[in-house]
Write a protein that binds this ligand. Sequence first.
Ligand code: ATP
Length: 256
Amino acid sequence: MSEPIISIKNLRKNYGEKQVLKGIDLQINAGQVIGYIGPNGAGKSTTVKILIGLIPDFEGEIIIGGQRLHDNLLDIKRVIGYVPENAELYEVLTPMEYLEFVGKLQGMEQEQINHRSQAMLSQFGLKDVMNQRMDTFSKGMRQKVLLISGMIHNPQIIILDEPLSGLDANAVILVKEIISRLAQEGKTIFYCSHMMDVVEKVSDRIILINDGEIVADGSFTELQNNSGGTLEQIFAKLTGKGNIGDAAGAFINAFD
Ligand SMILES: Nc1ncnc2c1ncn2[C@@H]1O[C@H](COP(=O)(O)OP(=O)(O)OP(=O)(O)O)[C@@H](O)[C@H]1O
């Protein structure tokens, strides 16, 4: 079997006294779509920010594409595309200007940037506004530009942190299809989301973390064989959130 494209060994991260990652071990093969899920505060974004080099101080070993993250961050950044949940876009720029900026940072040629930007913006229905400043854009329109900016350099590994936030139903369908096709081409997708129905459908492998530890790792079918039910039900069961009806009742009773 070939070497994993991402290897994470005993990853630990503390913020002061608080340990937010408690020894994550993961071997991820190229071409897999990984759904990385967990409750609010479980440590998903922390894991992702470590993988893309935004949080440099951590314990453990991370090897991406055969190279140690600590030693080769710049090389590794070229093979990774990152789409954050939301980011400060330079709103005075147009989508074309923003994508040119991102493409240049990734070492792309001008002609290739123009060609890909136009083609990708068109597919997301943004062709007519590609030369308009983004300060008037809706949340979903901005998210589409962010998605394109994370993929424009055609990276081997695409890390998506809740990428569908604010997207309309058509765009969600398009992104799901893009994820599947990129995986068929051998790209590795690391996908953090709270949208259980989407994760269930697009992921080859689902990793559930709770309080900084992996509590389930397998295909949806494997998780189902162990726990039964929908992914939402498996999530609730393994992250110990008790009876949802009782919680909703207690919430409503707080009005009394
Ligand atoms: N810069 C920071 N300083 C201190 N604590 C932090 C910092 N960033 C994150 N944390 C803590 O680390 C824990 C994990 O946060 P993280 O953002 O990784 O969670 P998450 O799984 O991505 O959650 P969500 O689903 O809400 O986005 C939380 O308890 C959070 O309060």
